[in-house]
Ligand binder design. Structure first.
Ligand code: NAD
Length: 346
């Protein structure tokens, strides 16, 4: 087994965890770290990550200085959610002739909202003989890949429902703002209208992945963002929510084939749901033959799962044929616990 050499681009909450995971894996070597934060640039990567090992490289804000295809097998990028914002950096990686894993939510299936960018990435990857994939806990695992996996034993599927109830309290100010936490109900609704409250990013991508994988034929989606108004006081390190204020955002997607709803995705995200007796979890129901029902309690831990899946998929993207891939195009991704996990029959 040859060691996979990985560069981590973006050393924030997710990227730093991914970099530490890469450094801990026997089959991988962390060979570079890129970030624009002035307080990181020029410092030893191991020190910035808070690990003992001397990795022999400093954090850089100059991607060209580390993107050498002779020395790097894969870049894992964790900088933003939107493909339009990330496309320049993705071009740089692919043009350097290096494989790429992105956790930008829209990269889970970029053809869902930006077909022209998806086509460009596919062509660029093929031209340079490498592959690129988007992943993460959601989209990428809990409300799409897991859903499709559960249908593998179905004779037929008539409709699907997936719900993910999670707790936002570990997250910082950016997430609080984009989820509308701490706003009045009126401010929340105004924020949804003017685009300052994003809610969950990734439903169109999950719907596209499921529809394409099963041939469900979804031809229209509808999304709704509703405020979750608290009836009790909720307090985290970052925010205090008084009764009557918004504690989170309940997002719903309906996927239609003609007039029929064949996919329902529901994602209520809020701070400290247990204060109102709400447990967290992932729930999937497949209607068809046979009926399938799955639940995971509490919810599949988002931060850890995102860091893990982005690293676990690295061997899959390195061995894949050139082009743009999604999580359902490559062999099933599992945890990398030993040499046999790194090479699969493809
Ligand atoms: P973060 O803000 O903590 O970290 C982002 C880091 O990237 C920062 O250190 C920033 O300085 C750096 N950065 C940004 N643009 C850069 C650029 N062009 N070049 C170099 N460095 C740059 O964010 P995070 O919590 O680590 O999350 C990263 C992104 O991943 C977010 O957009 C988040 O929504 C997304 N995400 C997706 C999933 C999923 O399930 N697909 C899960 C978690 C996070």
């Amino acid at each position: 087994m040859s060691t996979l050499r990985v560069v981590q681009w973006g050393l924030g909450a997710m990227g730093s965890g991914m970099a530490r995971l890469v450094a801990s894996k026997e089959g991988m070597q962390l060979v570079g770290g890129i970030d624009t934060r002035p307080e990181y640039v020029g410092r030893p990567l191991g020190e910035v990550l808070g690990i003992d090992a001397d990795l022999g490289v400093d954090v850089t804000d100059d991607p060209a200085s580390v993107l050498d295809p002779e020395k790097v097998d894969c870049v894992v990028i964790a900088t933003t959610s939107w493909v339009k914002e990330q496309i320049g950096d993705l071009r740089t990686i692919l043009e350097a002739g290096i494989n790429c894993v992105s956790i930008a939510e829209e990269m889970a299936s970029p053809e869902a909202q930006s077909p022209e960018i998806a086509e460009e990435l596919d062509e660029l990857a093929k031209k340079n003989g490498v592959s690129i994939i988007g992943t993460g806990v959601n989209p990428g695992l809990s409300m799409d890949t897991l859903v499709v996996a559960l249908t593998a034993g179905c004779l037929e599927v008539t409709s699907i429902e997936a719900t993910r109830v999670n707790d936002l309290s570990p997250y910082g100010p950016t997430v609080m703002r984009t989820q509308g936490v701490g706003l009045s109900e009126e401010e929340f609704r105004k924020g949804v209208e003017d685009g300052t409250v994003d809610g969950h990013i990734g439903f169109p991508e999950s719907a596209r992945m499921i529809s394409d994988a099963l041939g469900l034929g979804i031809d229209r989606i509808e999304q709704k963002r509703e405020p979750i108004v608290s009836t009790v006081k909720r307090e985290t390190e970052h925010i205090t929510i008084e009764p009557g204020m918004v504690a989170g955002c309940k997002q719903t997607l309906l996927g239609y084939r003609g007039d029929e709803v064949v996919l329902t995705l529901v994602h209520p995200q809020q701070v400290l749901p247990e204060l109102e007796g709400q447990g967290t979890g992932d729930y999937i129901t497949i209607h068809g033959t046979p009926e399938v029902s799955m639940q995971i309690n509490p919810e599949y831990a988002g931060g850890k799962a995102t860091q893990a899946i982005a690293v676990n998929v690295v061997p899959r993207v390195v061995e894949a044929s050139p082009g743009l891939k999604n999580m359902l195009d490559v062999p099933m991704t599992g945890a990398l616990m030993g040499p046999s996990a790194y090479t699969r029959r493809v």
